[in-house]
Structure formats: structure tokens, C-alpha cells
Design a protein around this ligand. Sequence first.
Ligand SMILES: [Cu+2]
Length: 342
Amino acid sequence: MNLLLTLAVVFGILVLVRIANVAQMAAELSGETDEEEEEKANKWNSLGFLLFMVIGLPLMVYCAIKWRPLMLPVAASEHGVGVDKLMDINWWVLIITFFITSILLFWFAYKYRYNKNRRSYYFHDNMKLELIWTVVPTIVLSGLIVSGLVEWNKITDIAKTDQGMKVQIYAKQFDFTARYAGKDNMLGTSFFRDITDANPLGVDSADAAAADDKTSQELVMPVDEDIELVINSRDVIHSVYLPHFRVQMNAVPGMATRFHFKPTITTARMKEITGNAKFEYIMLCNKVCGVAHYNMKMPVRVIERDEFVRWLREQKKVFTREALNAAAATTTPVDSAVVSAK
Ligand SMILES: [Cu+2]
């Protein structure tokens, strides 16, 4: 099949070359000069440009409208609305610039095609033109960058980050685990040397703050409440990406990164908004982190407060009571706590 296709292409090219030769010979026989021939070619080429514009630009608009439903639905978080507004402004600047420059490009290629009776206008430099194409993009781009920075500062405002329910997102090749801080809203410290089969997050059982910590393989959040994600990685750089909430933050080994946000739309409500009864939020790894990266994800749900309290009650604690008692019985060093946690 491939051989056949290659042969078809080769013969197709040969036929086209033959046709071009015949056309040239016919032109020579009819006494057409090179100049006339060139003028004809220019005319067809410039008309081709116009045709490309007339078909291409409306087709682009059509595709953008037709496939709009494949884009993300409305932002499901408080800060996401601002992010979307920024995105929209960027798109409008791009779209307007694209249409102006494309129309000028194709139209000029047609209008100013070679004409032996026309001389091009020569000028050495033009201060006014250069000022315009330097100052206008500078102002537009500065506006975009500054508004982006202002929005980003609002999102990452450190002053706010001590409020909100703490949830650790622990990333490793190739899954995520969520750890809820419990009533004290304090996550027990963890250390990679404390990692065992029974304690995959390496939580320190001697730390009192860890006693009520709970883990889950699903990220469940109460609606309209501040959430403080504390993000860690065991091995390589991963990325916590929650597209519907316009949240993305890298998970970096050896340090904790944070993201503070407030979900505003429950999963049930989003099903109604999208008209999709099967709609579910999702968390994805957004850094190519290894062979199973494509499959590194975690289901996400946003529910009402009371439903959330019930759900959290059912989740399993990081440590059993026996493990905690054993840890309490042994005093320092940390390593003995690890053994007892097994
Ligand atoms: Cu990953």
C-alpha cells in the first residue's frame, strides 16, 4: 500500500512537470514573451493569496465556534474567574492582531503584485512608523504582563495561606495520595527515611499532629471553603494540575510547594452546568515524570460541607491507635518511632 502511494506521488509529480513543459512550449509557439508569462504567473499567484484569505479566515472562525464545547467549562474556583478573564483578554488581543495582519498580508500580496508601470516608493527611514510599531506593542504587552502579575500575586498571597483546610498532596511515580490534617488542621511532619510499606508517606508517628491525619486516594473538598494544598514529591518533579479549578503547581522533591484556592461549584452542580451527567473533576500530573506519567491522575469531588464531614469520618487514619501508643512509649530517637510504626 505504501509503495503504491509513493509510486502514485512520484508519477503525479512527473505528470505535473510534463504539463508545465507542454504549457511553456505552447506559450513559446504562440509568441508570448517571458515578461507576459511572468505577469500571468504573478496574477495567478496573487489571486491564490486572496483565495486563501477568503477561505482560510472564515474556516478558522468556524472551527473555533464548532469546537468551543471541547474547551474547559467555567472556572470552578474563586480565583479561576480572574484567570479566565486574563486568558480572554489575551485571546482577544491575539485574535484582533491576527485578523488585521493576516488581511493586510494577503490583500497587499494581491494589490501590490509586480507591475512594470509602477515604481516602489523608496524612503530611508520613518520615525513615526518606527515609533508606532515600538510603542504600541510595548504598551499592550506591558499591560498584559502587569495585569498577569497582579492576578498571580493575589493568588499566591502568603498572608492568606495560613487559613484554609490543609490537605497534603503527596506525589510519587505514579500516583497521588491526599492527606487530610484532621481537627487540629496540622499535618504531622513527614520524612523520607520514615517511609515503609505501612507508612508510604513517611509520616512521623511521634508527632502529635499526625494522630488525626487521614489519607485518601481521592481528593474530596467541601464547596466554598478555603483549601490549602501542601504539595510534596517522593521521587521526581511532578505537577498537580486541576484544570477545572485553574490550579497548577509543581510537586518538587525535598520541599513543600503550596496552592491556596476555594472551590465554588460542586460536582453535582457542574454536571448540570455542562449538561453532562458523567462529568467528574480530575487531578492530573502535568510533568512528564516517567513511563506511566500518562496514567498518573486522581479523582476529585466537590461536595457540600455536611456530606464532606461524613465522608472524612469514614477515611482511614495514617496510624492505628496501637502504632501511636507504641510510638508514645518509646522516647527519641526518631528511628525507633519508625520501627514501631511498622
Ligand atoms: Cu507525575
